[in-house]
Ligand binder design. Structure first.
Ligand code: MEV
Length: 320
């Protein structure tokens, strides 16, 4: 969807934006396709019920950002590169809109584990600053996310904005009707850097373009089949596809011994399990329902993970 270009200050606080605005965005999990999606293979994501809220109070000038990482004060127009990676996207959004703002970020999403804490913050930040939902928010949020790491695919931002289940491909995001899935999330205890793992995968690809291309093709097929399993609400088949996806992620070097141990434990009790997000630390997701969730929580905890069950968020970005 393309929208007419806006002038830089078109959204400046005025009649259409109240003095205080708040927006809330969900976390996301990638069910299939992370890393390969950067090369156009496609991915299936779902938004999950952990949330980040961003409150914005209008100021005539300057940007203050408070979060679990502390409080930073910037002059309007300061170079976002001088801000910490946690607060840089908010400064980028304020600069893009030519606004002063007092911004408070409240998040229950574990950071640096692949659940989209940064994307949810960008989406909620852009939604609160614009006091609206839609394509302008997505564009602004993605620019903010790229201020930290330019190589992102946009899949995470799309999921946090839209909620529910989405398929993300070369032509962007498409939501599809589904009641949602239930996941056990198992934290490895190690935060990761998306930029570093994406760079490592690029090196892997450049070492052997043909082999990487062949894996991408198989992942593309896997995603098509997984989509059919979702449409048929066939958890056994969907879980098997997720476990197969884990093998491809191991092949490109983004798994590690801790992830392997937790995935193996989760696969014994759930419908299927894999790392989600960038890998190299972060977390594992296991597909469950009421029949096997408790057992899966126990098995991943026995394997050393801290774990919780989470359901699909169907709403995406909410403005309040
Ligand atoms: C990170 O959550 C997912 C990656 O595929 C990067 C991206 O799609 O931007 C590793």
């Amino acid at each position: 969807m393309s929208t007419p270009k806006k002038k830089k200050n078109e959204h400046a606080y005025s009649k259409d934006v109240p003095m205080i605005t708040k927006a809330t965005a969900p976390a996301k999990a990638i069910l299939l396709g992370e890393h390969f999606v950067v090369y156009g293979t496609g991915a299936i994501l779902c938004a999950v019920q952990k949330y980040t809220s961003v409150s914005v109070e209008a100021r005539s000038t300057g940007v203050r950002v408070s979060s679990r990482y502390g409080c930073d004060e910037f002059a309007s127009g300061d170079d976002p590169k001088n801000a910490s990676r946690h607060h840089r996207p908010i400064l980028q959004i304020a600069n893009d809109l030519g606004r002063g703002a007092d911004v408070t970020i409240d998040s229950e999403i574990p950071p640096g584990v692949g659940l989209g804490s940064s994307s949810a913050c960008c989406v909620a930040g852009a939604g609160a600053m614009l006091n609206q939902n839609g394509q302008d928010v997505e564009d602004l949020a993605l620019r903010a996310e790229k201020s930290v790491f330019d190589g992102v695919s946009g899949a995470d931002t799309a999921a946090c904005l839209r909620g529910g289940l989405i398929e993300f491909g070369a032509r962007g995001a498409r939501s599809f009707e589904h009641a949602g899935v239930s996941l056990v999330v198992a934290l490895t205890g190690r935060e990761h850097s998306t930029a570093e793992t994406v760079a490592a995968v690029r090196q892997n690809k450049e070492r052997d373009e043909d082999a990487f291309g062949a894996v991408c093709e198989q992942v593309g097929g896997l995603i098509g089949d997984a989509r059919s399993a979702l449409d048929a609400s066939d958890l056994v088949s969907l879980g098997a596809h997720m476990s197969q996806n884990q093998k491809f992620l191991t092949d490109i070097g983004v798994s590690d011994p801790t992830i392997d141990r937790i995935v193996a434990a989760a696969q014994r009790t759930s419908y299927g399990a894999k790392l989600t997000g960038a890998g190299a630390g972060g977390c594992v997701i296991a597909l469950v329902d009421d029949s096997n969730a408790a057992k899966t929580l126990g098995s991943v905890e026995d394997a050393g993970a801290t774990a919780f069950r989470v359901e699909t968020d169907c709403d995406g970005l909410r403005i309040s």
